[in-house]
Design a protein around this ligand. Structure first.
Ligand code: SAM
Length: 405
């Protein structure tokens, strides 16, 4: 038999996300309710971390980790790239796997990740993994049915590994699906940033929520300020009852609630945009994310403001707490021109970048971190980047940049 049992926690992010994902998980596990040591992960390419599976670490990641796009528990793998040999490998391996969900009934679905080097279509791959699971579960006394809409457990099948040793890996999605869907955004602007990328951007800016204000001068639908507020207190993005954990014996006895990991942090966050239409969208999104009300009145401020005229006095006026804080951090993603085609001609866009560079230059000692898809940004912005890192937002390739102003 060619199948191999695996036991890894797999964190997958956008291209180049490895270091940030690793740093975030380390920070979270240190503050978690568990006394657990986090070993160094193995890296698969630039966007995947594999940790030796520990249910407590998986619990922390599934509830709190913001920079990963998917989190799964790898159960077994096979070198097979064709359907029949894959089925022959998976069935005995899964049938003898006591980590599979127990009980008498289970609804499940199978999602297929990257499978370009599998010699059948993703649909066929999904079908074979589904058949192997139905039979394996039946052999363990579990009657199962496939439910694409609201399954108890989602299994994942993907081709993975290093280029020299690719395998077909089957695991359980323990992270509650695509993690950039936080479930909070009710209104989006024209070019919203993915939440996972917004979290990466804030991590890359090295924002210290206890001592530095964070300003998004082009906040659109407030993705970055909302992520910042969540990162500041270590708020969960998924709660245990929303995850498949109760179906998996490995997680029994772990908490059913996921309170903030950094409670009591009062961050100072300012969300600005020149477009008046963004203000109600921001308010709606903050409300949906539970970030309005007395606790947040002084912590998150929204205003209509053109970044080109922005001064340190404006920020102090909007958020007086800033006077007692260290110089802060700008986090933003400016208009690219590509997505909002036509609205901004190239010359107009470059003039905006240059004006922004001059305006932010008034903030001595601050840092600026942005995600931009326009290669001419750095030149026009007029500051020297201290960090440059390629990334992509949905299908748009761009760069994370950090500047010391
Ligand atoms: C790419 S979008 C930002 C998206 C945002 N990060 C989100 O996730 O929703 C760029 C934003 O810049 C704003 N903007 C354009 N020119 C501006 C200016 N001069 N001052 C302030 N905001 C501006 C636009 O209204 C738009 O909301």
């Amino acid at each position: 038999m060619n199948a191999q049992r695996c036991n890894d926690l797999r964190l997958t992010g956008s291209g180049g996300a490895n270091r940030v994902m690793e740093a975030e998980l380390k920070r979270l596990v240190m503050r978690s309710p568990f006394d657990v040591r986090l070993d160094k992960p193995t890296r698969e390419g630039e966007e995947t971390l594999l940790y030796a599976f520990d249910a407590r670490v998986a619990w922390v990641a599934a509830c709190h980790h913001r920079t990963s796009s998917r989190i799964s528990w790898d159960l077994c793998s096979s070198p097979a790239v064709r359907l029949e040999p894959l089925f022959a490998d998976l069935l005995p391996e899964l049938s003898s796997d006591d980590r599979l969900p127990g009980g008498t009934r289970l609804s499940f679905s199978v999602e297929v990740g990257s499978s370009s080097d599998f010699e059948a279509s993703p649909l066929q791959l999904r079908g074979v993994v589904k058949n192997a699971l139905v039979e394996a579960l039946a052999s363990r006394g579990v009657t199962s049915d496939v439910d694409g809409d609201a399954p108890d457990v989602v299994f994942v099948a993907r081709r993975a590994g290093t280029p020299e040793a690719r395998r077909t890996v089957v695991g359980i999605d323990v992270g509650g699906g695509a993690r950039h869907r936080r479930g909070a955004r009710v209104a989006t602007g024209l070019a919203p940033l993915r939440e996972t990328l917004a979290a990466q951007l804030i991590m890359l800016s090295r924002w210290d929520a206890r001592t530095e204000p964070l300003v998004d001068p082009m906040a659109g639908s407030a993705t970055i300020p909302i992520e910042a507020a969540g990162l500041a207190v270590g708020a969960a993005i998924r709660h245990p009852p929303d995850l498949p954990l109760r179906h998996l014996a490995a997680f029994s006895g772990l908490p059913n609630e996921a309170p903030d990991l950094f409670p009591g942090t009062v961050a100072s966050i300012v969300a600005l945009d020149a477009d008046a239409a963004c203000i109600p969208a921001m308010v709606g999104n903050l409300r949906a994310a539970g970030l309005t009300g007395p606790t947040y009145d002084r912590s998150i401020v929204i205003a209509q403001q053109d970044v080109r005229g922005l001064t340190p006095d404006d920020i102090e006026h909007l958020a007086p707490a800033v006077r007692n804080m260290r110089p802060g951090v700008f986090c933003f993603n400016p208009p690219y021109g590509v997505r909002i085609g036509g609205e901004h001609g190239e010359a107009e866009l470059l003039a905006l970048y240059a004006d922004m560079g001059r305006a932010l230059g008034r903030f001595r000692g601050w840092r600026a971190a942005c995600f931009v898809a326009n290669p001419k940004f750095v030149y026009a912005f007029g500051h020297r980047a201290t960090m440059t890192k390629p990334a992509s937002n949905a299908n748009l390739r761009g760069t994370f940049l950090v500047f010391q102003l």
